[in-house]
Each structure stands twice: as C-alpha cells, then as structure tokens.
Design a protein around this ligand. Sequence first.
Ligand code: ZN
Length: 258
Amino acid sequence: MPYSRSQGLRLRFGLEGTRTPVESLDLASLGRALVVLAHTDDEINTIGLLSRLSAAGVAVDLIVLTDGAANKSTDETVVGARSHFECRRDELHAAMKELSITDAVLPALPDGKLGAHLDAATTVVSVELARRSPGLVITFDPRGLNGHPDHIAANVVTRRALATATRAPALAMISPPPPFSWALGSGFRSPTPPTIATLTLTSDERERKARVFEGYRSQWKTLRLMTAGLPPRAFFRLFPAEWYVWLRADAAREWARP
Ligand SMILES: [Zn+2]
C-alpha cells in the first residue's frame, strides 16, 4: 500500500500523526490487554501505560517470548545457583506484583535468536489472543524501540498473529518519544498517518518505574547503559514521556493484513 516517503522522517520529528494524550482514550472499554515482549525487564518501557490500564480496571496479561539467557552482562553474583532464566523469571514476578499483573506466559525461546523462531513465537501469541480475547495488544514498534533484533521480532510475531486473529484488538506499539525518536525512529509506515498516544508519567508512576528498574538487579549493568549511567529516578524525571503508535482495532487489522 502506498505511503509517503517522508513519513518516517516526519514521524521521527513528531511532525506526522495525531498526538493524543492517553487520558483522552477510553481505556476502560478495552476490557483486557495483552503485552507481547521479548525479555523480562522490557516492561519497564511501558509502565506508565500499564499503570493507567490497571487504574481503569483493565486486566493485563503478559507474554515474554525469550529466556533472557544471552546477556553476557548479567550479574552472576545475583543469579547465584539459579539459571539465568530462573533468575530473570523471579525478577519478573516481583515486577508483576508491582504492576498488578497476575499471569505471564513464558515460552523461554532462545534469547538473541527470536528471529529464528518466528513460527513458534507466533503460535504462542495466537493461542493467547484466542484464549484471552484482549481489546488491546501492546508490543514494540517495527524498529523494536531501540533496534534490538528480538524486539523487532516481537513486533513481527504480533503482526503475524493479529493477521489471523478472530477478534481484532487495538494495538499500541511502544515507540521512542523525542529526543530519542530523532535518532531511533519508529519504523512505522502506513497509508494514513497514525495516532501517537502520549503519556507523561506522574510522580507515582515514575516511582513505580524506578522500583521495577531497581528490581532487575541481575540486569543493572545493561539497564544503566540505557539511562546513560543516571540513577533511574533522575532519568525518569528528566524523560517522563512514553509514546505509542496507537492503532484502533480497524486500523490495526489493516496494518496486520497489508
Ligand atoms: Zn529487551
């Protein structure tokens, strides 16, 4: 389908698409949300939205596709006698308590190689879409937020699963807000300019985000790279925005079935 060649650049600089505060969306009507991520700790990127959904009474289910075992910077002193997967699963369970999420599906596909397991991952997402019938799916944008191949694969997998889903949910794709978008872009292209749902973290949400960040003790080395060495509370105070390429159900279906 045709789209403007300048769309990527225009999205990158926040010039295209209708920016809509998350507050103006009827979150309660979504009923149930399904989050599709690649790694435990990826949910840090969407804690503002997860908090708003929870406050609106929306039940949130989570799929984390990989076992998270490939990160060479994982702190072995934190892992101890556990496997990397077991350690990160324990850290995820603590984060889920913080976020009022009761259920996570963890197929433990190979970290760093999700792109080689797209069929298996798509099956996992398809099964959960059919089982839970969410009104909203949350995943990474087509560029994987920061270009991580597993994040990009999570987007591909979600798109494939949505293409064959019986019910079409709305879709929120985690996208870098400015100034990060200037360098990263979202990789999203469509014939019609998308809605960009914007959210500014409240002080409670910043605190929750910092607590979840700190809970991933095995991943501190990597996480601190993402905050350029800043402590999380300082970083989230400086950069309190979350942006989502937000497609309502009909637009999400159209995007998934080009
Ligand atoms: Zn990740």
